[in-house]
Design a protein around this ligand. Sequence first.
Ligand SMILES: Nc1ncnc2c1ncn2[C@@H]1O[C@H](COP(=O)(O)OP(=O)(O)OP(=O)(O)O)[C@@H](O)[C@H]1O
Length: 257
Amino acid sequence: MVQKKLTDLNGEKVIEIKDLYKSFGKLNVLSAANLNVMKGENLVILGKSGTGKSVLIKIIVGLLMPDSGIVNVLGQTVDQISYKELLALRLRVGFSFQNSALYDSMTVKQNLEFPLVRNQRLLTKAETAKRVDEMLDAVGLLKTLNQMPSELSGGQRKRIGIARTLILQPEIMLYDEPTAGLDPVTCIEINTLINDVQERFHTSAIIITHDLTCAKEVGNRIAMLADERFERQGAFEDVFNSGDLAAQPFYDYNFIQ
Ligand SMILES: Nc1ncnc2c1ncn2[C@@H]1O[C@H](COP(=O)(O)OP(=O)(O)OP(=O)(O)O)[C@@H](O)[C@H]1O
């Protein structure tokens, strides 16, 4: 297993969350939450179901508004920019969905072309084809160019989903449970891919996962969401050797202690 380097917290922040509050009626989801994502790091977010991980991601991409607090993404405060600016910002933040969200009626090639045709109209056909090939090559699936999603395995669909997110060259990648539902061997391949993406495209990333092997393999840093905030943040060992009551069950379940 690769021992990943712990992030230097003195560098540039690509996401800055300060004193964030979000509730739905009487349900407090995030209260005084603080979290930074540093440029170039893979930050893993762990947390029980229903603790607010998806809410956080939606706030980051401006699909939900914070009640109060600061959410700064790539230098822009998401709840203070125009809709046009928000759309432009979203193009710089790639979201890789848990179910890969491929269009079943389109080939792999058409699935990858789709975001380009929609968002980068100035690209020529040749440039589009080159970008598609490059991304498929990056995820090791050039040979699937003309296949339909239904012909792919779960792991291949995940890879194509990641390629489709990467094709717009985002600076930040958001991975939602990238290894969920995959066998251990395919999980390792996806973890390797997430690390390759970080290295090759210099992306910063948030990875939401319940899979601690994934967390350990891809995370430069771990943040545990519990009690409406990110109580524990740091290296994998620091989070799990702390005796933290929110962290321990994850460890015990994953490593059968
Ligand atoms: N739009 C909404 N309106 C009302 N409540 C919501 C809304 N979105 C989320 N919630 C509530 O906020 C809480 C956090 O939800 P969220 O989906 O962020 O959890 P999660 O940590 O991503 O869970 P999981 O690991 O199961 O995906 C839940 O209780 C959920 O019901």
